[in-house]
Design a protein around this ligand. Structure first.
Ligand code: GCB
Length: 611
């Protein structure tokens, strides 16, 4: 099946899925930063509503749209005898983007509903243009209302979505925008009830108004053909998709490469194929990014794209046709010193510069899609990215609706970032317990990822089967992934770090092997001998033993991404002396200080560099 046919089929299935998950959500709009956008970020008023009174009436039925007591309707009394039991005021405000937990001490542990309200003025530059409301992410469920009318809803805390604003709803001034945000953890959601990270609630990423021509460039994917491993003959392939249009001329221009080529879009989609002999390949050593102009008959936009190939051959991972050893680190989307969700370019530069300083060439963005700045900054800093959906631990693998939700999150993650050179691998989950239902679920997600994007690798972080004398990697999913990735904590969750010296590994699959996690907790500034748990010395010793073990791994060992760059908040971690709600496996502390093990790993990566 060629890419274009596959794409059309997928667009069809996306539409079906959107119908299930989100009533009025519209199609993908790629490259939001490159559009005509008006930010709605900043100060929003809010109401805490743990009983969801603004949504349900006293019989716990969803309120009618016109219900005066619904929190999406005006809070201004008609006159002095009118009764209003809800109100938005400047006494209660939250910053968007941002989690609510870090903005008000009373919200630190809050899990439930908060209503956000913003008023805005807007007039379209042309009456025929279309206007969308774009959310980078809202954790977890959002219901969106404009001027008392419901625009739509969305589930999934880490992926973007947009809703079209109909002309008859928009006013030039005083548009009353309300978002009900609910971050309650639920068994049949993704993630499920149980994780090892903080459930930060809120409108955690940017909100934008996006104005587009009536027929606009909806999305595109421009990547090096996977077979372009000969750097003398690079071929850029992909597609451009037009919304509202049918037959159109599309032009792609890469001025620096003196490339300018036109294609015909039929049924809204154009297939692209461009020979670019002068292309410099993107790599961590040379993160070359090109300005790409895409023009249709009614729309144009600019994008920055790097071009590289990623593949596996026998037991190796090949970047631009050459074997690469993956020097990684896992990262949560969190700024430890401020105990908050990270967002925006400044945070991305901070987190990814730490990874660069460590000597990494890849980061595993755990355990959910991070904000778009992370992958864009990774493009420009030269870091490869492992990107993952929060199919984590014990989600309900037997449920069809849970599967549809996972699939939608996967598709949304891929759609947002399929033009990022940094992203080399889509991961469909982490440490999911083997069962017949789970195997089918995960295999189908891997197939979806492959069908959606034929240019990247697919995998998932798997578990190890530990027996008395061997550690066996035999998860049935190993058969379907491009690289076999496992998490292991020898010397932390079992035994002491010297367990590594005696470890015998048996791998069932003749594929590249990657250790997607390993780590030990240490409280920054706590010094003791190397056998004292929680000390920096124990963590240092742990890394020394782990590194020694990695050096003995067979030649299919292609790298690792230890756990984790920085300490992070987790309600599961309740040791009152050493944790107090923190998972302290960071190589960088709660206060942003490097621990001893940071340098142990840095030296290993430095050694590898000079081998
Ligand atoms: C894991 C999980 C990760 C945890 C980590 C830990 O295996 O994948 O989410 O935070 O272990 O610290 O135990």
């Amino acid at each position: 099946m060629n890419l274009q046919t596959r794409r059309r089929i997928l667009l069809g299935s996306v539409a079906v899925l959107i119908g299930i998950a989100t009533a009025a959500q519209d199609r993908t709009i790629g490259n939001i930063p490159g559009r005509k956008i008006t930010s709605l970020d900043g100060i929003w008023q809010y109401i805490i509503d743990p009983y969801e009174t603004g949504f349900y009436n006293y019989r716990f039925m969803e309120r009618a749209e016109s219900d005066r007591e619904a929190y999406w309707n005006t809070d201004i009394p008609n006159d002095k005898s009118d009764r209003k039991e809800h109100g938005y005021s400047d006494a209660r405000v939250l910053k968007v983007p941002g989690d609510w937990n870090s903005q008000d001490p009373t919200l630190l542990y809050y899990e439930g509903t908060i209503w956000y309200k913003k008023t805005f003025n807007y007039t379209k530059t042309s009456a025929t243009n279309r206007l969308y409301l774009y959310f980078g992410a809202v954790n977890y469920q959002a219901h969106i209302y404009l001027n008392g009318k419901k625009l739509g809803s969305h589930k999934g805390g880490f992926t973007p979505f947009n809703l079209e604003i109909p002309d008859n709803l928009l006013k030039p001034t005083d548009n009353f925008l309300v978002v009900k945000v609910d971050n309650k953890r639920l068994a049949d959601e993704i993630p499920t009830l149980n994780t090892d990270w903080w459930n930060y609630g809120g409108i955690t990423r940017s909100v934008q108004l996006v104005e587009l021509p009536s027929e606009y460039i909806a999305d595109y994917m421009l990547q090096l053909d996977r077979s372009s491993t000969d750097t003398k003959k690079p071929v850029i392939t992909g597609w451009v998709n037009i919304a509202g249009g049918n037959t159109q001329k599309i032009t792609i221009e890469i001025p620096e490469l003196k490339v300018k080529k036109s294609f015909a879009a039929e049924h809204g989609t154009a297939s692209v194929r461009i020979a670019a002999p002068e292309l410099q390949y993107w790599s961590p050593e040379n993160p070359k990014i090109y300005t790409v102009n895409i023009t249709s008959e009614k729309d144009k936009l600019q994008e920055k794209i790097g071009f590289r190939t990623i593949d596996v051959k026998e037991k190796q991972v090949l970047l631009n046709g050459k074997p690469v050893f993956l020097k990684g680190i896992c990262i949560h989307e969190e700024i430890p010193e401020e105990m908050r969700r990270a967002h925006g370019a400044r945070d991305a530069v901070k987190l990814l510069s730490w990874a660069k300083d460590l000597g990494c060439n890849i980061v595993r963005l755990a355990h959910y899609p991070h904000n778009e700045s992370m992958t864009r900054v990774a493009d420009s800093l030269g870091l490869m990215v492992w990107s993952e959906i929060p199919v984590y631990w014990t989600i309900n693998f037997a449920s069809a609706s849970v599967y549809e939700n996972a699939k939608q999150q996967l598709i949304d993650m891929i759609n947002r970032d399929h033009n990022r050179a940094s992203v080399v691998l889509w991961s469909v989950g982490n440490e999911t317990p083997v069962s017949a239902a789970r195997n089918i679920f995960m295999k189908s997600l891997l197939e979806t990822a492959r069908a959606q994007d034929a240019t990247r690798l697919v995998s998932a972080a798997l578990e190890v089967t530990y027996t008395k004398d061997k550690n066996i990697i035999d998860d049935p999913l190993g058969e379907y992934v491009d690289i076999v990735a496992v998490n292991e904590y020898l010397g932390w969750y079992s035994g002491l770090p010297d367990a590594c010296a005696k470890a015998v590994w048996e791998v069932k699959y003749n594929k590249p092997l990657f250790f997607s996690e390993t780590g030990a907790e240490a409280v920054s500034g706590f010094h003791a001998d190397q056998l004292t748990r929680w000390s920096e010395e124990y963590q240092e010793y742990y890394f020394q033993e782990q590194i020694a073990m990695m050096k003995r791994m067979p030649d299919n060992f292609v790298g690792w991404s230890p756990w984790i760059l920085a300490d992070f908040k987790s309600p599961r971690r309740n040791n009152p002396y050493y944790q107090e709600g923190w998972n302290n496996k960071g190589l960088i502390s709660q206060k942003g200080l490097k621990k001893k093990a940071f340098y142990t790993l840095k030296n290993y990566y430095h050694e590898l560099q000079h081998k």
